[in-house]
Design a protein around this ligand. Structure first.
Ligand SMILES: Cc1cc2nc3c(=O)[nH]c(=O)nc-3n(C[C@H](O)[C@H](O)[C@H](O)COP(=O)(O)OP(=O)(O)OC[C@H]3O[C@@H](n4cnc5c(N)ncnc54)[C@H](O)[C@@H]3O)c2cc1C
Length: 406
């Protein structure tokens, strides 16, 4: 016989207890805890109440999204740049990603793209004029940016891109297409990667409304629905020298941006996992079957124990990456390790939670399904799970396994 008190465990008290057990507060600085609290409150008030509706309707509330910049100062906050940096540590930025992705991966995607993929290249590779023009507006969210690297025929292998930037007298012409571009239709500025006459990859800044540039939204999407995903097309778009990012060329330039965004994802995934873990805990404590809450059965406890273990390990890994980044010691293999492990972990947590919720696991009432569906995109974008294994494999062995041997 199961004791009566098994029926009386308050799920909310249990969640508070588990949050305390998972806490790494003593390893965070005061400023980092303050960022966490502000973003957590923002998510509770502005994200969680309607994200499921946005997911169902395939919309994103961009006006609310801009407040990550105008009110919270998060866009580009950790960049050491006078035009946008707030002096926030990389760990504080990571914690913000974690709190946002507790709400949903689409929200964290907005922060990642704006900060890591748009502001970072302008900061690191842009001219002083480009930085002064764009970074303050991107920081406040007055301007939104997008990053165009992927093409219909070129994903994991961006070196095979076909978009070109050809000299034409005193200017250049940009031609080609980009696919799966977050915020493409709403962006005021697109950071677009193209090959020049010498075959070198260059970054160019293309403003919304430029003749020859069109953006359309991806119509059939069952993941990251509360996020804007677009296709970009360039048809003889006139590009002037001052639109080209002057300080770096080659494939390493866009890959450098991806490392910034992947770092945020390593943190963000922990937030998603915390959400689905708490949903599974709440449900199994409330749901009575065979005369007892599901949480009283060993098979369910094993799943909760797995999630608890993996979340603990993943957040320690994210924190380790933050501290390495602050010390200037982070290697791209570390970033791949964090992105690969933590997104895999979050995806497994979401799948286990979905299973544990039975039929309710596929319902919008308990938004575990939304996290599970979104994580399919996160698992694929910013370097797939496989690609990160290859990056780490190369760092470990010194041998590149990216190309099939003949
Ligand atoms: C919602 C969403 C938002 C996105 N946002 C952006 C954005 O803002 N900007 C942008 O530029 N891109 C964006 N992307 C694109 C994303 O980065 C690509 O989807 C990703 O790089 C993978 O490319 P692919 O989809 O073409 O897959 P492919 O490269 O075709 O890969 C297919 C499969 O093959 C595997 N594979 C590939 N190469 C190898 C190899 N050498 N060895 C073994 N296996 C391999 C992969 O792991 C994968 O499983 C987004 C994607 C999604 C889904």
């Amino acid at each position: 016989m199961l004791p009566d008190n098994l029926h009386k465990i308050d799920p909310e008290e249990a969640i508070q207890r588990v949050r305390a057990l998972l806490s790494i507060d003593d390893m965070l600085e005061e400023e980092e805890l303050a960022v966490r609290d502000v973003v957590r409150a923002f998510v509770a008030d502005n994200v969680l109440p309607d994200i499921d509706k946005h997911f169902e309707d395939k919309t994103f509330p961009l006006d609310v999204g801009r407040r990550l910049g105008s009110e919270l100062g998060l866009f580009g906050c950790a960049l050491p740049d006078e035009h946008c940096g707030t002096g926030a540590s990389y760990t504080a930025y990571g914690v913000a990603n974690q709190e946002l992705e507790y709400g949903g991966s689409g929200w964290r995607s907005l922060l990642s793209v704006q900060s890591g993929l748009v502001m970072y290249p302008i900061h690191a590779y842009g001219s002083e004029e480009q930085r002064a023009t764009w970074l303050p507006r991107l920081h406040t969210g007055e301007a939104i940016g997008c990053f165009g690297l992927t093409e219909p025929g070129s994903g994991s292998d961006p070196g095979s891109m076909r978009t070109t930037l050809r000299r034409n007298g005193d200017h250049y012409l940009l031609n080609g297409a980009k696919a799966w571009i977050t915020n493409g239709t709403v962006a005021d500025v697109a950071v677009v990667w193209a090959k020049d006459d010498e075959g070198k990859v260059r970054g160019v800044l293309i403003e919304k409304g430029t003749p020859g540039f069109t953006a359309t939204d991806e119509a059939h999407k069952f993941s990251l629905r509360a996020s804007i995903t677009s296709n970009l097309a360039f048809d003889d778009v006139v590009v002037h020298e001052d639109q080209i990012l002057p300080r770096r060329s080659g494939l390493g330039a866009p890959l450098g941006c991806l490392n910034q965004a992947r770092y945020g994802i390593a943190w963000g995934a922990v937030g998603s996992a915390r959400y689905t873990f708490e949903a599974a805990l709440r449900y199994t404590l409330e749901r009575v079957q065979f005369g007892a809450p599901l949480a009283a059965f060993q098979i369910q406890q094993e799943k909760l124990a797995w999630m608890f273990s993996e979340i603990t390990k993943a957040q320690l890994l994210a924190l380790r990456l933050g501290r390495l980044k602050e010390q200037g010691k982070i290697h791209h293999a570390h970033v791949s390790l964090g992105k690969r492990n933590n997104v895999w972990m979050a995806r497994e947590c979401a799948r286990k939670a979905r299973e544990m919720l039975g039929a309710y696991g596929i319902s919008g009432e308990y938004p575990v399904w939304r996290h599970m569906a979104d994580l399919e995109s996160v698992y694929t974008y910013e370097g797939t799970h496989d690609v990160h294994a290859l990056i780490m494999g190369q760092a470990i062995t010194g041998i590149s396994a990216f190309r099939a041997s003949s």
